[in-house]
Design a protein around this ligand. Sequence first.
Ligand SMILES: [Zn+2]
Ligand SMILES: [Zn+2]
Length: 352
Amino acid sequence: MIRPEDLLHPTPAGLYCPPGDFYIDPVRPVDRAVVTHGHSDHARAGHGAVLATRQTLAIMAERYGADFTAREQAVEYGERTTLNGVELRLIPAGHVLGSAQIEVRWKGLTMVVSGDYKRRRDPTCALFEPIPCHVFISEATFGLPVFNHPLAEEEVARLVRSLGQFPERAHLVGAYALGKAQRVIKLLREAGWDRPIYVHGAMERLNALYEREGVDLGPLRTTRDLLKGSLGGEVAIAPPSAIQDRWARRFADPVTAFASGWMGVRARARQRGVELPLVISDHADWTELTDTFTELKPDEVWITHGREEGLLRWAEINGQKARALRLVGYDDEDDEAVSGPAEGSGEATAAS
Ligand SMILES: [Zn+2]
Ligand SMILES: [Zn+2]
C-alpha cells in the first residue's frame, strides 16, 4: 500500500505529485500545473502547461493575457483524464465560476484537494460536490468556531432595505472583482432589484466573461463617465480598494458597504469605516468545514491555508486523523482587501 505522501506532498512551489510530475496551484513557475480556480494566488502566469476547467483557463487568459502558459488543457467537470498514469478528475467546489476540487487517484489511493470551497448555494457557479476519498485536503480560511456566516440572501436583503431607507444616497459596495462581485449582483437580481447596477471599470471584463458563461447579470452601467454627486438611491459595485480611494469621492455622502466573510468581525468593519458590513463569503465557515469532514469521513484530513489549529483540535476531539500542511503563498482575496498589509492576525479572537 502506498502512503498519501507518495502521491501528494507539500513543497515550496506548492503541492507536488511525484508519480504524475505535476503541481496543484503552484506559487512558482513549474513545467506542469493543475489549477483549482482563477484567484490570483492559486492561478499564476508562467507555467509550462496548465490543466484546469475551461472557465478557469478563460479567467487566467482574461487576467494575464492569452500567453499566460505555453500549453492549456481544458477538462470538464467529472471528466477523467490521466497525467503520467495518475488519474485526475475536476469536481465542482462552489467557490467561484469554474472552481474545482482536484481528485487524484493512483494505485487504489484517492486524494481530493479542495482548493477554496463553500457549501452554500451560489447562483454564479456549480454547487460543491462531496467526493469520497482516503485523504481530503481542505482549506481553513474561516477555520474557527466564531465564524458562522449568515445567509448571503439575507445580507443582500439588508442592502435592499438600506436603499429604501436612504433613497438620496448612493450605495457603494466593495466586492472582490472575481466571484464576489458577480454573486452580489446576481443575488440583487434575485431579490428583485432590476434597476441598472453601476460597476467600476476594473470589473467590466470579468462581468462580461461571466455573462458569456451564461450568468445573466441584468443591466450594468459603467461608473466611468458619471458626474460628481450622482447615483442617489443606486448601487455601485467596486473593488474593495476603490471604496476608499478617489473613485468613491465623486459620490456625495454615500453609504459604504463591503461584502466579505471578514465583515463578521466588527473590528474589521470599523477599521475600514464600513457603514453597512455584508457578511458574504465564498469560503466555507466553521460549520461547513466540520460538516464536510463529518460527511466525507476520510482516513485523513490535511488542513492548509488559513486557521489550522481550531480544525486540528476539532479533529482530535472527534477522532478524525488530521495534520496541518503549512503551504505558503496563499492569501485570502478578501482578507488582503479588508485588513491591508499593516494588520496582524489577532482579529479572530476579537470576533463576536
Ligand atoms: Zn479563492
Ligand atoms: Zn485561496
